[in-house]
Design a protein. Structure first.
Length: 98
């Protein structure tokens, strides 16, 4: 379990579930809506770690780093300053499972 400023993420059986405020896409469901119940994030399997920042989320899945949410300060690690509303692989890290 990890909680950010207004959102939470939970790993259960290798799947990621998020809920709370989604205004910057930090829930990872392809939109900017709030959710009041935990909802599975699609296209992520074998999730082993999750971290929720103020308005963004970082996840290790299948040994790869994914980020989504608010990116205006570069906090998503993908060399730009855009918000992402779906998990997007950070290509700088090819395998972080070790």
């Amino acid at each position: 379990v990890s909680c950010g400023y207004y959102h939470c993420a939970v790993i259960a059986d290798g799947m990621l579930y998020t809920f709370g405020r989604g205004i910057y896409g930090q829930l990872g469901h392809g939109n900017y809506r709030d959710l009041i119940v935990p909802t599975e994030v699609q296209n992520l399997e074998n999730v082993t770690q999750v971290y929720c920042g103020k308005d963004y989320t970082a996840v290790i899945a299948d040994g790869l780093l994914y980020t989504f949410g608010r990116g205006d300060h570069g906090q998503l690690g993908n060399a730009d300053r855009y918000n992402l509303h779906v998990p997007t692989q950070v290509s700088y890290f090819q395998n972080v499972s070790h």
